[in-house]
Write a protein that binds this ligand. Sequence first.
Ligand code: PLP
Length: 377
Amino acid sequence: MSIYFDHAATTPLRKEVKTSWIDAFETFGNPSSLHQYGRKAKAAIELIRRQIAQDLKVLPAEVFFTSGATESLNTAIRTAVLQHPHSRIYCSPIEHHAVLDCAEALAKAYERELIWLAVDAQGVLNFEILEEARPGDVLLAMGHNNEIGNRNPLERLSEWALTKELIWITDTVQTVCIEQLPLDKLKGITAIAASAHKFGGPKGVGFLVWRTAFPLRPLLLGGAQERALRAGTENTSAIVAMGKAWQILQATRTAQREHLEQLSQALKEQLTTIPGMAFNGSQDPVNGHPGIINVSIPYEGKTAMLLFQLDLNGLCISEGSACTSGSSQGSHVIKALGKDQKGRAHLRFSLGSENTHEEVEKAVQILQKCLTAASKL
Ligand code: PLP
């Protein structure tokens, strides 16, 4: 069995989740139907909504089921940008493309000023420019970065967003996997987004928390599902399966986090044996992600070739975001840190709850073996 260290891209479907997903196929009624089959499906969905709302300390009416974080973020960002005619968009340059591309497209289409936050060589953002922000401006800054693991100062940003009356949308896809995120204490957050497949659930399902007085602008028009704010028949079984994955996450998150911290500590120590290796991102454990380690290593040639060799030898990792792995542009995150990309490969190891110390040791051996083989070519 190959070692899977790519959990930031997606996680394996948990066994219990698979069972609950399959069982939920029987709940086939259309949740909008008034008869008993419809009511049963509706009840199953509402139960998950209440659970998620309770854990995040928001109202059930503030939770919307979607096809995942990309849809959640696009819906939220579009709503936020269109809310005030002269709003400006403050955006971190190291957001996921689901945020970056959406912000850029909206700024262009609606002639809004897009202001990039400054980022240093460790990927730490400078938020001072927000001093100039006006009420109604939009802030796009994620929880944890999916490539380098950096955590933005959510607590401080929340205060800032409240004081400045900003509409702050934060991509918490990676964050909810490792933090409780009590939104009752983070009142400056307008919206968060999550995808079930990042925490042991199915792909193509997620949620958006939207908690402000003005309503969402639906991306899709049609039926009156999700309080007429997200048209289309709900994917009942996937929502139920996400609910199961979420439930398991709540029960195991603290233990999982400790496990990840130990594994990543061991992995970091072993990686330092690779000549010329440098870590990317903040190495401060409080402001990082316990399961995401990003390194640059000397390597002549295409990173894709090294990843291919690693895979052949039993180690599955990636360069960065899975969404851009087909592009030849390299990582926009590493680029934003001002790192020289020439003669170096950038590798992301993202660990998960099922990984072991033996796998960590073996992974570094595989990497060393592939680098030695490459150096002889
Ligand atoms: N945001 C972050 C930080 C992610 O890691 C991802 C997935 O890679 C997304 C957004 C998009 O999630 P999805 O592809 O499930 O819509």
